[in-house]
Design a protein around this ligand. Sequence first.
Ligand code: C2E
Ligand code: CA
Ligand code: CA
Length: 392
Amino acid sequence: MHRILELTSKNLNAAIRELPGILSQGQHNGCNFFVASLDPETFACVVDASISENAPRSAIRALEAIRSPVDYLGMQIPLNAQLGVAVSPIHGTDAISLIRRASIAESSDRAHERGIAYYKPSRDSYSAGKLTMVSELQQALANDELALYLQPKLDLRTGRITGLEALIRWPGREQPVQADEIIMLAEQTGLIKPLTRWVLEQSLQLRNRLLENGHHLDLSVNISPNNLREPDFPLFVKRLMSAHPRHEGAIIFEVTETSMMQDPVNALKTLNSLANAGIPVSIDDFGSGYSSLSYIKQLPASEIKIDRSLITDLATEEEDRVIVQTTIDMCHSLGYQVVAEGVEDEATANLLKGMGCDMIQGYLLSRPLPLEHMLSWLAERREIATPQHAPG
Ligand code: C2E
Ligand code: CA
Ligand code: CA
């Protein structure tokens, strides 16, 4: 073990010295050292973020190198390193608070799932900020102060909008809280159960309004893996859907594959029972983490959403194009529709069309908008698509 950790620290030092903006911790025998050991299995480094942010590709490459296995007596020992990041001055101005907060981020579920996480008060079970936020979230949920914003999904072949994704927002709050932070907080405190039920009921109301305005669109909602573990979740969904038959088959459940891996057998069971009840299932964030083709094949899904991280640099990165093309072909051969997330420019949309991708979503079309704004956006688009004939 000792020897493996020694090799690991050497590997880490070699990988991390390539990180743009890395600062030296000192010298020994004329060599620069970039990592410090906090405890035998935890290392720390200091980075000038303004430099690394301007070289995201090289930064990602260096961080990926950290994950390469260590060669020990000819065996490849996998490391599964988890990274936690704290940023000065927002997360602290002294070494002790920065190290403490980086290590809170490192031990978070997100770092566990994704390999890297930034410090957020909601990840810190000791901070007063988190406790206040939990009770505020509970209040907001009870007082109907949360909102669902809508983002359109475009069919590349027909040029038509086929559906919308509902994304949670907390509008009235002085200090804005991001959707993923709201969800994480809700998951940690059990609030995710009432929250998702609110989201589902709310999305049926939103779809009523869409239908009233002549928009026969699907509505996608995000479901947390915690919901799949609630014993009465499928029953709740079935009751809700049979009370509102006009939405049958039009409310799509988005679940991430990585999150299901925490409890693959039960997640699969629940998804199957939802699919049998006529709920279409979509696999979210595909390609963002560990993927198991043999598991995916068993999922009763009709759609796969390719994660934004693979789409962002599509126009400039040959390697990403190869991965995305392979993913599209593989998903098609398994019978899934493919959606690309995070499409921000025309060039990327054209590339995806050429690659045979079915649908896109992203800022190129629209940011997520409140219902009223989305209704105007849809109406405007419809007018452009079917121009009125000029008189005479
Ligand atoms: P997601 O399901 O992957 O949703 C897509 C995220 O990407 C949204 O962030 C959306 O605003 C953002 N996005 C869309 N197009 C673009 C683009 O072109 N460029 C960039 N940079 N970003 C784009 P948002 O709304 O902050 O949501 C973050 C995550 O929070 C969601 O990721 C989802 O995992 C979770 N979430 C949001 N609403 C809910 C909810 O009601 N329930 C649950 N369980 N999770 C939710
Ligand atoms: Ca989603
Ligand atoms: Ca996604």
